[in-house]
Design a binder for this molecule. Structure first.
Ligand code: FKS
Ligand code: ZN
Length: 343
């Protein structure tokens, strides 16, 4: 399997986040992608290509143009306001406040274009966002060019980013961009299987009223888990999209036995949909030792996941999302890919 990776993610570094009232280094850090990059060579998965340059047109197909413009302008504005370090949102236009038009100051814009404090900017963040986007599109191009599968080693991740907002380490929704790109380039139907521990609320929002993208999501029950405000089982899509969104919320402590049954059900639905392409939002924060998650999957399970997905026999694009037990995420993420290849 070919992978696509860019070093430009490394500029998105040194960010901080809020955990239980304390400011700590962000769990989403450069070494995550670097460990995975190294593991690809260790197991001989295949060549690692650099991304091609892409305009932002494909991003504007799933995101509001003013949101994309904001992502590019945010850190320059932060600096122009005399600030340094991590630019983090802290005021949101929730119910009862004016959220109907973009504000002016950078502090207000950060809140207007986000749903939490988890997507933060430093100097190199925009270049990393752009490179992650280009990694996804370049890998999508490999599939379009006839490859049976490809791995987009995206960083930062994307599945929490919606049409007009960032959050949860995510800025541009790489998987959603790639799905739309396939549809704009000859595909009739695309399925997205999101196996990250956290619900892909951005992907769900973007495609919620559409029947040309089936969105399947396995995740920690939002009743007790981030992102809390989306990802429940009764969210099934709306309008002509009704029936084309499927959520599998599972409780803390879920083991592979239970999780795998949900995966089988999701795979059966993907097969019945007969998509032209399958996208996998690949998070490995389902791992038992993940520092911010609560599922109980073990390293030996990840190749089984890849093999199960391979049985669908679909052109498959893997897009990297989360996973934080830093050393092990590489073994587990690449384990899914080798499992896919070996099946
Ligand atoms: C406060 C706790 C909030 C946010 C967890 C974000 C998870 C991100 C992810 C992604 F794939 F996007 F990276 N925790 N600091 O793993 O879903
Ligand atoms: Zn996650």
């Amino acid at each position: 399997m070919k992978s696509v990776y860019s070093e430009r993610h490394k500029g998105h570094a040194g960010n901080v986040e809020l955990v239980a009232g304390a400011i700590v280094p962000a769990f989403e850090m450069p070494s995550r992608a670097e460990f995975i990059r190294a593991r690809i060579d260790e197991v001989g998965l295949g060549p690692v290509l650099a991304p091609q340059t892409h305009s932002l047109d494909a991003a504007r197909r799933v995101h509001k143009p003013d949101f994309i413009d904001f992502l590019e302008r945010a850190y320059p504005m932060w600096k122009a306001a005399g600030r340094e370090g991590t630019a983090m949102p802290f005021t949101w236009p929730t119910r009862g406040l004016r959220g109907d038009r973009p504000p002016e100051s950078i502090e207000a814009l950060l809140g207007y274009y986000s749903f939490d404090a988890g997507a933060t900017f430093v100097e190199g963040t925009w270049d990393a966002i752009k490179s992650s986007y280009e990694v996804a599109l370049t890998a999508a191009g490999l599939i379009k060019g006839g490859e049976k599968s490809a791995f987009a080693l995206c960083r930062p991740p994307g599945h929490h980013a919606g049409s007009g907002f960032m959050g949860g380490y995510c800025f541009i929704n790489n998987a959603a961009v790639a799905a739309q790109w396939f549809l704009d380039n000859g595909a009739r139907k695309v399925a997205i299987l999101d196996i990250d521990y956290h619900h892909g609320n951005g992907t769900q929002e973007i495609f919620y009223e559409r029947d040309d993208v089936l969105v399947l999501n396995l995740h920690g029950d939002p009743a007790n888990e981030y992102p809390f405000f989306l990802g429940f089982a009764d969210e099934k899509g709306a309008g002509k999209g009704e029936g084309f969104n499927v959520n599998y919320p599972m409780p803390a402590g879920t083991t592979f036995e239970v999780w795998g049954a949900a995966l089988d059900d999701a795979c059966a639905k993907a097969a019945a949909y007969k998509p032209d392409v399958l996208l996998v939002s690949l998070g490995v924060d389902t791992f038992e030792k993940d520092p911010i998650s609560a599922f109980k999957l073990k390293t030996e399970h990840y190749p089984l996941i890849g093999a199960r997905i391979a049985r669908l026999g679909l052109p498959t694009l893997f897009v990297m999302e989360g996973g934080y037990a830093v050393a092990e995420i590489a073994v587990n993420a690449v384990g899914v890919l080798t499992g896919f290849e070996g099946a």
